[in-house]
Design a protein around this ligand. Sequence first.
Ligand SMILES: Nc1ncnc2c1ncn2[C@@H]1O[C@H](COP(=O)(O)OP(=O)(O)O)[C@@H](O)[C@H]1O
Ligand SMILES: CC(=O)N[C@@H](CCC(=O)OP(=O)(O)O)C(=O)O
Length: 258
Amino acid sequence: MTTFKSTHHTARKMVIKLGGSTLEGLNEAFFRNFKALQEQGIQLIITHGGGPAINRELAAAGIESHTVNGLRVTSKEMIGIVQSTLIGKVNPSLVHELHSANISAIGLNGFDDGLLESEFLNYETYAYVGEVKHVNINMLNTLTEAGIVPVVACIGATKDGQALNINGDTVASEIALAFGADCLLLVTDVAGIRIKDEYQTEVTPRLIEQWINDGHIYGGMIPKVQGALNCLKAGIPSVQIVNETLTGTTILSEELVK
Ligand SMILES: Nc1ncnc2c1ncn2[C@@H]1O[C@H](COP(=O)(O)OP(=O)(O)O)[C@@H](O)[C@H]1O
Ligand SMILES: CC(=O)N[C@@H](CCC(=O)OP(=O)(O)O)C(=O)O
């Protein structure tokens, strides 16, 4: 039994972002629901993070890291580890899981066909963290039209070929915008936004701003909701923060709230 919201049924193009917290052992419900979306003829792109895997690799190298506004400050020594973890480990193991579930998938990152042309976000504050300047969507269109699911790791590339660390939620929203997705699902380890122990089914940008200011939304949830708000502003009708069963919080533009 699926529990999709009605917006899923009307979607034609969808981006699904898998958070690092969910990547280590996706459950059977996820693959079942994913295939149900494919069977509805929806063109799908997967993007992913990998925060926990990066933490493990950094710890093994004896490197400590910290975040500012939910973004990992990434030193020169760290960017190589982030790049090799996301592109060399997390991405192929996710592609393998999809393949094992009979889903045709191909692994990509920001370097491939100039997919995520990026620049330093703010070197003084974040060092090797990027912001996406241009998404070369052509390859993703070609693959999705052929029924192949692109699986994109959140590594950007500068014009000079420098890898930059980009938050997975940010990459998901940039790709959703470039793809013209009508739905963005941010899959994480919680069933949506929780405020005072209560999961919210529908929220508005105004409430989100208030909750960030008073600390009810913090850490990794901040780039998630910010990416969601950017997508809504740019006209993507449905952005949802969901768990592996694809149920959670829908973020609505103010004017859509009755
Ligand atoms: N209001 C909130 N509701 C739910 N989770 C929140 C909230 N504020 C912060 N969080 C935290 O955000 C986490 C999800 O973000 P993150 O760990 O970055 O996930 P992912 O790896 O899936 O991107 C949750 O596990 C929770 O600890
Ligand atoms: C700049 C920045 O913060 N990059 C993230 C990239 C991985 C990510 O986003 O992983 P999740 O989806 O698990 O959060 C990081 O280094 O953790």
